[in-house]
Design a protein around this ligand. Structure first.
Ligand code: ZN
Length: 113
């Protein structure tokens, strides 16, 4: 996946190469301001599972990239959003923008699907 290579290269010196798959569309259940979980990392099989909405043409590429960045951080920091995790996440310039974008667009796109 080109996006994974781009993000791994930029933020992790290309060292992280998990499998990336799109999961099934699930019900909103928390994880971001509008309750749609965009991705999760499965350590047992080193796989990032992405929400299929990320393949929608109305979702900007930087949103996909940021989501991969977040999941790659779980690869290196474990499953919790602890202080170290959040500090690393805050280094990405799109972290705050992501929250605003999700509030403004994500649920609308989800409902229009
Ligand atoms: Zn997370």
């Amino acid at each position: 996946m080109a996006a994974l290579e781009r993000v791994s290269e930029r933020w992790f010196a290309g060292m992280l190469r998990p499998t990336v798959v799109y999961g099934r569309r699930g019900r909103p259940r928390g994880g971001n301001p509008v309750g749609i979980v965009l991705g999760h990392y499965e350590p047992d099989c080193s796989t990032i599972v992405l929400h299929p909405i990320l393949a929608d043409t109305r979702v900007p590429r930087w949103v996909l990239d940021w989501t991969l960045f977040h999941e790659l951080l779980h690869m290196t920091h474990g499953g919790d959003h602890g202080a170290m995790f959040l500090a690393a996440e805050a280094e990405h310039p799109h972290t705050r923008r992501m929250e605003r974008w999700a509030q403004q667009h994500l649920f609308r796109i989800y409902c229009e699907e």
